[in-house]
Design a protein around this ligand. Structure first.
Ligand code: NAG
Ligand code: NAG
Ligand code: NAG
Ligand code: NAG
Ligand code: NAG
Length: 826
């Protein structure tokens, strides 16, 4: 492919590098740039050996600990994403403290002697909620709202980016290498080639960066080789680099795709995401990637082209999706949230341990360390001691409070009145659960009735009639309806009314998306909720954001204890529903444990030893320790059965565990604080060689089994065998295979230009618009990046969303409204 030399390059050189050219003036100090297909730091060749670590996935008291471990593995650079949604939770309100203290992270990196590859997004993907975009993008009260087209030239979107980057870059400017800091270069967009090829959009992002950050800093783009020509700009405005995993590509073809985009002499080979492991969704077996291929290909890359190639391990240390930050993928109809652990099967484990404790396989850390030490000839510092991880024993969590009882405490002042239900984001809610309540005349349920939510709930709905569990609907199941039984209706309400409650739990927002159509909003997604075909109007809505449950649920003074015990009594009194106990209903469970100061074990950084909260026997929910949200647990699916509890969260003396169990409590109402992770839950059993049926049944029981039938009505231990059987029906295996297949196709198709051309002629796609065809929009013009977008069903971009009121695109909701700016803070 002939290579175009950007005329700007010449200008840039003439102007001493001050114009839009990508390279800084080489030789001047300090500088970072490119010459003769080599990266030069202050005029000297440098091979970047980088590792991705996300400060937002590591407890801030452990940042130094993790950096020290990474340094000892031999990296010289850290790749840093910045999640917009963590830093700007509400429009114009910024957070820069605790786990969001980006400047402290940069200071620590600099102190460690490491350099930085900065990846400000604004879209970061990263298996992170909404791919890093703020949830308030989905609110019509914010300029643009759902009509805004992210990752495009839409001026509304670019206005938001401009405003955000002005703030972000004002903090980061002093960390540029040219200003004596560690940042070597800055990434523009993120695998944008999967989504589009609008060079003007990329140029606008470049302009914003040049305006707010630096006119000189080297800018780069990252894409898989097959879509690099779409996601970057040919020539010198952007240094095009590629990403791929071990064994995915022949490096010569990958780096040739890179060179085809860069100006001559300006293409040092660079793999900016070299995958050490992989992500895992709930319901899949834990990622367990081949160490052998990783080692082999790492060596190949290190030695590539006379050691002029650079790489970044994605991840060197993955960390944890604490709180509600885990994202999700959507594969056709299937919604696939990520597990809470972001261990990633990376060389440094979630807990900062070496090798892959809990996962197995060869020890990636020491082998990579040896490779790097031999290759660079550097003598590396000794790895810090392994982290201290201890069992703190069994903890009873027998104090309980049904969620329905806690609603007034979690959302005071009564529900928001609404004629029809709307998505969570329209109420300014960020995450958690949302309760939609309406009242029906008693006669509406004289006979069984069909409730239809009008669309899949996002993501998990529990329905109650007069406080009794009527059923559940899961986003990933095709049904949006269920039968309300007449016998559930007690007609106890005012004027014989029946109370209908729909409680919707949000899980992570989709993190891979293009344009508006793919993004994810939460709660009831249709305003057309019907009973026997008749639309239900007149709702009360309770956004339950759950930012501070320990206080809200349990610290209500004298009434608190009474409330808890009354609620607990009620739970036991309420008759069984469908043969199951009412403990199935969502409820908080609370317990305490003591850490004895005299005997407590401490980790290398001086904090109390880490531990794992083992949730065997529980079903699905959210867990907190001392008010710190550890993330989602879902042992009914697995594979993750334990949640990582960083030591700094613990304290000497009394500690508190709170669970919000949304399905079914473990029958002994206890948890175990264990010294090892368990990634071997039900989903992993689908693997060949998994445990026997009898063993599975035993594994489903709580680890610390209480006396059977102690409370009178238990007849089964924890999750029953039926569930284990259901898992075997391979629903989840199908999920896993679908995702694996999808990734295979994705990368096969992007592997080379010729293969891509072949797929472009895919007959099934040509003009048919067939939804089954994953590869096109019905245009016949297959593009790899459109795949997810297309399989969503809403394939064509929304043409007339804004200002006309005439848009038929469901994502615009026909409002055509360009609402004025309204801050959404709660
Ligand atoms: C690699 O480096 C050596 C020594 O600097 C040089 O002789 C050789 O030509 C280089 N090879 C390539 C392919 O650049
Ligand atoms: C991962 O693979 C290794 C073999 O490479 C095996 O020993 C280990 O048990 C596997 N772990 C899991 C969780 O599947
Ligand atoms: C629920 O919807 C499915 C198809 O979407 C339909 O076959 C079924 O009859 C409906 N059930 C009820 C109770 O309306
Ligand atoms: C609402 O849903 C009902 C039943 O599913 C359907 O018959 C009706 O057409 C829908 N109304 C609107 C406005 O979508
Ligand atoms: C695709 O459709 C166009 C127009 O209908 C047709 O001319 C062309 O031959 C088709 N291509 C293939 C590969 O079927």
């Amino acid at each position: 492919m002939p290579r175009a030399i950007a005329p700007l390059l010449l200008l840039a050189l003439l102007a001493g590098g001050a114009a839009a050219g990508a390279a800084t003036a080489v030789g001047a100090s300090p500088s970072f740039g490119i010459k003769d297909d080599q990266l030069l730091l202050d005029g000297k060749p440098i091979q970047v050996i980088s590792g991705s670590m996300h400060y937002f996935r590591i407890h801030p008291d452990l940042w130094e600990d993790r950096l020290a471990r990474a340094v000892a593995m031999g990296i010289n650079t850290v790749e840093v994403y910045t999640p917009w949604n963590m830093h700007e939770p509400y429009p114009g309100q910024y957070v820069w403290s605790g786990i969001a203290d980006l400047e402290r992270w940069m200071d620590l990196i600099q102190k460690s002697g490491l350099k930085v590859l900065l990846r400000p997004g604004p879209y970061i993907c990263a298996e992170w909620d909404n791919g890093g975009f703020p949830h308030w993008f989905a609110s019509s009260k914010v300029a643009g709202g759902r009509t805004m087209r992210m990752r495009t030239n839409d001026p509304l979107y670019l206005d938001h980016v401009d405003r955000w980057w002005a703030v972000l870059f004002s903090k980061l400017r002093r960390y540029l290498h040219e200003n004596g800091g560690p940042i070597l270069m800055v990434q523009i967009e993120n695998e944008y080639g999967f989504c589009g090829e609008d060079k003007e959009y990329l140029r606008r992002l470049i302009d914003i960066t040049r305006t707010h950050l630096s006119s000189d800093v080297l800018l780069f783009s990252t894409d898989p080789p097959g879509v690099a020509s779409r996601g970057s700009i040919m020539g010198d405005e952007l240094y095009t680099v590629v990403d791929f995993g071990p064994g995915w590509f022949d490096p010569s073809s990958a780096f040739a795709a890179q060179a085809a985009m860069n100006a001559p002499g300006k293409s040092p080979p660079f793999c900016s995401e070299f995958y050490t492991g992989w992500l895992t969704h709930w319901g899949e077996a834990m990622a367990n990637t081949s160490s052998e291929v990783l080692f082999k290909d790492t060596q190949v890359l290190l030695e590539w082209a006379n050691s002029t190639a650079s790489l970044s391990f994605y991840m060197i240390h993955g960390g944890t999706n604490f709180g509600f930050w885990a994202g999700a993928n959507v594969d056709g109809e299937r919604y696939l949230p990520h597990i809470t652990s972001y261990d990633y099967d990376a060389p440094i484990s979630e807990a900062g341990d070496y090798c892959q404790p809990g996962i197995g396989g060869d020890c990636k850390y020491y082998v990579l360390r040896d490779l790097i030490a031999k290759h660079t000839g550097r003598s590396l510092p000794e790895p810090p001691p392994r982290p201290a991880i201890r069992s703190y024993g069994k903890v009873d969590v027998k104090e309980s409070l049904p969620l329905m009882e806690a609603v007034p405490a979690l959302f005071s002042g009564g529900g928001i009145r609404a004629e029809v239900p709307d998505i969570m984001e329209e109420y300014g809610q960020r995450w958690g659960l949302i309760l939609y309540r309406t009242r029906l005349l008693a006669k509406a349920l004289e006979k069984d009735g069909a409730l239809d939510l009008g669309g899949a709930p996002h993501d998990y709905a529990t329905v109650f009639v007069d406080g009794e569990l009527a059923g559940r609907l899961d986003r990933s199941e095709p049904a949006t309806n269920l039968t309300l039984r007449a016998r559930h209706a007690q007609g106890k309400g005012k004027g014989n009314q029946i109370q209908l409650d729909i409680l919707v739990e949000a899980m992570g927002r989709q993190n891979f998306g293009c344009d508006t159509g793919n993004w994810d909003w939460k709660g009831l997604t249709s305003q057309n909720v019907t009973l026997n075909g008749k639309r239900l109007r007149g709702w009360e809505v309770f956004p339950l954001q759950l930012d501070d449950v320990s206080d809200l649920a349990y610290a209500s003074g004298q009434s608190g204890a009474a409330l808890v015990s009354a609620a607990r009594r009620r739970m036991l009194e309420v008759p069984a529903v469908g043969g199951k106990r009412n403990a199935d209903a969502p409820a908080f469970f609370r317990g305490t444990f003591e850490v004895d100061a005299a005997t407590a074990v401490r980790g290398p950084s001086g904090h109390l030893a880490d531990t794992y909260l083992a949730l065997h026997g529980w079903s699905k929910g959210i867990a907190w320790v001392n008010g710190f949200n550890l993330g989602w647990y879902w042992p009914r699916l697995g594979p993750q059965m334990t949640l990582y509890v960083p030591g700094p969260v613990l304290r000497e003396g009394a500690n508190e565990v709170v669970l919000l169990e949304v399905e079914r409590a473990a029958h002994d109402e206890a948890v175990l604080l264990d010294d090892k992770p368990d990634f071997w839950g039900p989903a992993a059993w689908l693997r060949p060689g998994g445990p026997s049926a009898a063993r599975r049944q035993a594994l489903l029981r709580p680890r610390a089994l209480g006396p059977r039938g102690a409370s009178g009505s238990f007849d089964e231990g924890g999750l029953d065998y039926k569930l284990a059987k259901e898992l075997e029906t391979a629903t989840w295996d199908v999920r896993r295979q679908a995702v694996t297949k999808h990734l295979e196709l994705l990368y096969q198709a992007s592997q080379s230009q010729s293969e891509r051309n072949k797929v472009e002629q895919c007959e099934c796609c040509n003009g048919s618009g067939e939804k089954e065809c994953a590869w096109c929009h019905g245009t016949g013009a297959m593009t790899v990046g459109d795949m997810l977008y297309c399989s969503e069903g809403g394939c064509s971009p929304c043409p007339v969303c804004r200002g006309t009121g005439a848009c038929k695109c469901e994502h615009c909701r026909g409002t055509g409204r360009r609402a004025s700016w309204l801050p959404l803070a709660p």
